[in-house]
Structure formats: structure tokens, C-alpha cells
Design a protein around this ligand. Structure first.
Ligand SMILES: NC(=O)C1=CN([C@@H]2O[C@H](COP(=O)(O)OP(=O)(O)OC[C@H]3O[C@@H](n4cnc5c(N)ncnc54)[C@H](O)[C@@H]3O)[C@@H](O)[C@H]2O)C=CC1
Ligand SMILES: O=C(O)C(=O)Cc1ccc(O)cc1
Length: 366
């Protein structure tokens, strides 16, 4: 791929543009919000100018409801040889392409399974898609060349391609992304009016399960309404579990021994099933080929402490594959887990010792 056009320079479009520019692709930027497009250009994502000739690929990183119409306009102008999008739902945009007068042959649907709860170009990162699944949804009308260009895009962004049909994609993300987003919002919504005194008593777990509730409500209502039936099916299954658990909690101190036993069995069954489901959630580690070790390090809650830690470790050319930070509110320190290649652990520990960092026993992750 020599050149590309990104339409929609928010979080996802700018992240794709940054990754492509880093790989030497000439990137042109377009957004109906000129501030977003200028910001993306200032970040080094590409050029805010119409492409002088037809580009190899146009990526439409606009909200799902806009994909069909934007594609039809871009195709009418002949801006690119091939088109893809990044929308979190696939069946409805695909149908809308036909009604908007678009050509399905030069289009392959796409959905990178990476993002954030923040929107806009300032939240973008060139490594956002590194090791992450990226679904492509070619239809029977998609040209082979369009699929190949989509695969090249995924590869240039460091993603892991997964081919699916649009309905299977939408059912999958209802389970893994859309219904979980709503549950996160339901939990966070309970806190909106709660007493401040209660909110103070919050642990890291609450932060984990409510993080995605910070997402843009306008974008998420577009996503959820475009996949409404599949999301409602998953919520009904959650409701079944909730009903059973409410009954179990109400019956746990019943006078009847069989009722107490059933209540406990129902509660434990859900908790064990939860453990099994949690163990199946893939993360970056499972997409990476080598064995990684987590090295936990105590880090003081001081300005510049993280920067000093990273520069100490990267001194030996060690690549930090991932970082988990456990903040302890009201504590003068946090725990930072550095994820490194097993072959680098000895040098990492030596560097930490030499620079006065307290590390704990390493934990093999795979
Ligand atoms: N936020 C996330 O974590 C993820 C989002 N996605 C999908 O990526 C797409 C973009 O989402 P974000 O980057 O998060 O949103 P964003 O709000 O950060 O960026 C969207 C951009 O599209 C522009 N835009 C809207 N309509 C337009 C139009 N008709 N023509 C030109 N520009 C237009 C907006 O001005 C905005 O700058 C959405 O379809 C979303 O479903 C996919 C994966 C993750
Ligand atoms: O913030 C996160 O962790 C996400 O999982 C973001 C995300 C949001 C929407 C998508 O369609 C895909 C990924």
C-alpha cells in the first residue's frame, strides 16, 4: 500500500493514520470537523488535503450510521480503489451501502477490536491495534483485491485478522463488547447519585468494571441501536442469571434446609461459571508467540516515577510488552507489573536492583 485516505480523524481514524504513516504509507486526512482533522495532522497522522489521485485504500472511521452514505459519496468521487470501515457493527452499515447507492464490490467491512473510552484524535495511538483482533467481513460481492487490501491494512497496523460474516460478527460483539458496555453503564449509573461518602469506599475492581462506561453516549447509542436484537438477546440471558441470583440471596437463610442448599448451589454455580468465562477472555499475551513474565515493582506515587522506571528498564534494550498498574488510593505507592519476554527477566531484575527498585517474584503468564 502506497497511499491511503482516512475519513473521520477521531480516536480510531487517527490511530490507523498514525500506524500507516509510521509504516511509510502516504496518508491523507478528512473529517467534517476541521478541528479534529487539523489536530490529527498536527499529531503527524498525515496530510489534511484531498488526495491528488485515487488512493489505494480509503478507511471510513466514522460512526456506524454514517458509513453507508459516506462510502457512496467517496465512491462517486472515485477517491480510492478499495474502501473499508471501522464501525463496531457490520450488518446494518452493509445494508445501507446498497440503499445509499454504493458499490459493494470495492468495499470490505472492517472492525478493529481495540479502542478506548475516550474519543477524538488526542486519544489516538499508533500501537492501538498491536496484537489485537481485527474482523474483516467480506461479502459474496467483495472483490478479492478489496479483501487483500483490507488484510494489508490489518497487517500494517499490527492487528490479527479474523474473517467473519456480518451476522456472526454482530452476534459475537453483542456478547463480547456491546452487552458488556451496557452492563458497565448500568453499574456506573448507580453511582451517579450515590452518596460521596459511599463512593470513597471504592476499590480497583469498580474502576475495572466501569471503565468502558466512560465511552461517548452518542457513539454508543448509535452502536447499540444498530445491533439492538442481538444485544437484547444477551441481556435476556444476563437477566436469567440475575433473577436466579436474587432468589438465591433472598433464600440463603431460609428456614428450609433444601432451599438454603439450592440457594448456595446456584450462587456457587454462577461464581464458578464466571471463573471459567474469565479464563477464556483472550488478551494481548495470548496473541503473542513467546513466553512472557510479569515482574511486579513497587512504584512511589511521585511525579516522574513511572518515567524513571521505564527508562531504567529500557536501558538494556528490553522491550516492555505490556504494563498493568494497580493504583492504591490513599496509598503513597502503586504496583506496576512489567510484562517482559522470559529471556529478558534476568537483565530486568539486575537493572531494577542497580537502580534501587523493589521488585517481587516474577509470575509466568503463559
Ligand atoms: N471508540 C472505540 O473504542 C472504537 C470505535 N470503533 C468504531 O470506529 C468508528 C469511529 O469511532 P471513534 O474514532 O471512537 O469516534 P470519534 O468520535 O473519536 O471519531 C469519529 C470522527 O468521525 C467524524 N465524522 C462523523 N461523521 C462524519 C462524516 N459524515 N464525514 C466525515 N467525518 C465524520 C467526527 O467528526 C469524528 O471526528 C465508529 O464507527 C466506531 O463504532 C471501532 C473500534 C473501537
Ligand atoms: O475500551 C476498550 O477496552 C474496548 O474494548 C474498546 C472498544 C470499543 C468499541 C469497539 O467496537 C471495540 C473496542
Amino acid at each position: 500500500m502506497k497511499n491511503a485516505l482516512i475519513v473521520g480523524t477521531g480516536l480510531i481514524g487517527t490511530s490507523i493514520a498514525l500506524a500507516l504513516s509510521k509504516s511509510g504509507v502516504t496518508v491523507y486526512l478528512d473529517d467534517r470537523d476541521t478541528t479534529a482533522a487539523r489536530t490529527a495532522e498536527a499529531l503527524g497522522a498525515g496530510f489534511l488535503a484531498p488526495p491528488p489521485d485515487r488512493v489505494d485504500l480509503a478507511v471510513l472511521a466514522v460512526p456506524p450510521a454514517h458509513v453507508g452514505a459516506v462510502l457512496a459519496v467517496c465512491q462517486q468521487k472515485g477517491l480510492a480503489h478499495v474502501y473499508t470501515d471501522a464501525a463496531s457493527v457490520k450488518a446494518r452499515p452493509h445494508d445501507e451501502i446498497r440503499t445509499a447507492g454504493g458499490d459493494p464490490a470495492t468495499y470490505v467491512g472492517g472492525h478493529p477490536m481495540a479502542g478506548a473510552e475516550r474519543s477524538g484524535p488526542l486519544a489516538a495511538r499508533p500501537d492501538l491495534f498491536e496484537g489485537r483482533p481485527w474482523v474483516l467481513t467480506p461479502s459474496s460481492q467483495t472483490d478479492r483485491a478489496a479483501l487483500n487490501q483490507g488484510l494489508e491494512l490489518v497487517s500494517l497496523c499490527g492487528g490479527v485478522p479474523i474473517l467473519m460474516d456480518t451476522d456472526a460478527h454482530d452476534q459475537a460483539v453483542a456478547l463480547t463488547s456491546h452487552a458488556p458496555h451496557l452492563v458497565s453503564a448500568i453499574m456506573a449509573a448507580r453511582l451517579a447519585e450515590a452518596q460521596g461518602e459511599y463512593i470513597r469506599v471504592s476499590g480497583q475492581g469498580l474502576r475495572d468494571v466501569t471503565r468502558i462506561a466512560g465511552g461517548d453516549p452518542a457513539l454508543w447509542s448509535d452502536i447499540l441501536t444498530a445491533n439492538a436484537d442481538a444485544v437484547a438477546d444477551v441481556l435476556e440471558a444476563y437477566a436469567g442469571d440475575l433473577d436466579r441470583i436474587i432468589c438465591a440471596l433472598r433464600a440463603h437463610d431460609s428456614d428450609e434446609e433444601p432451599a438454603r442448599a439450592k440457594a448456595l448451589a446456584d450462587l456457587e454455580e454462577l461464581l464458578w461459571r464466571g471463573n471459567r468465562g474469565h479464563a477464556r477472555v483472550p488478551d494481548k499475551r495470548s496473541a503473542l508467540p513467546t513466553e512472557f513474565i510479569a515482574v511486579p515493582v513497587a512504584v512511589p506515587d511521585q511525579p516522574g516515577a513511572l518515567a524513571r522506571l521505564f527508562s531504567a528498564v529500557s536501558g538494556a534494550g528490553v522491550n516492555i510488552e505490556d504494563v498493568h498498574i494497580e493504583h492504591s488510593l490513599d496509598q503513597p505507592r502503586g504496583l506496576v507489573e512489567l510484562l517482559v519476554d522470559s529471556g529478558s527477566v534476568t537483565s530486568v531484575r539486575r537493572l531494577l536492583d542497580e537502580n534501587g527498585w523493589a521488585w517481587q517474584e516474577d509470575v509466568p503468564l503463559v
